[in-house]
Write a protein that binds this ligand. Sequence first.
Ligand code: GDP
Length: 136
Amino acid sequence: MAKERTLSIVKPDATRRNLTEKINARFTARGLKIVAQKRLQLSRAEAEKFYAVHRERPFFSGLVTFMISGPVVVQVLEGENAIALNREIMGATDPAKAAPGTIRKDFAESIEANSVHGSDSAETAKREIAFFFPDI
Ligand code: GDP
C-alpha cells in the first residue's frame, strides 16, 4: 500500500450541526492525517464546476443548491490507502445503506445531505485536491 492523499468535504448539513470535530476524529482515529483544511462558502458556479460529472443527473440542481446552503470544510487527508480508507470511513452514499459505525450511518440526514464527500479514485483525488488547494 502506498501513502495517498484524498479530498474530503464536510458538507453544509454537518457544519450546520457543528459536526466537523466529530467527523475529523473519525479520520484521525483510523490513521488519516488532515494535512490541509479550510472553511469556505461555495458559490453556485464553483459547486456546479466541482460536481460537473453529475450535471446530467436528476439530482444535480438539488445537490448544487444543498452544497451552497451553508459553509463547507474542505480538507486533504493523507495516509496509507487514504482514498479507499476514507470511502470506508464515510460509508455508502445513501445513509440507509451505510454500514454501522460509518460517518454517513451515524450523521447523514438523507442521500443528498450525507455529511461528507470523499474522492473516489486516484485521478479524481488529484483533480479535486487541485480544485481547492492549487498550491499543495
Ligand atoms: P458519493 O461519491 O458517495 O458522494 O456519491 P456520488 O458521487 O454518486 O454522488 C455525489 C453526491 O450527490 C452524493 O454524495 C449525494 O450528496 C448526492 N446524491 C447522489 N445520489 C443521489 C440521489 O439519488 N438523490 C439525491 N437527492 N442526491 C444524490
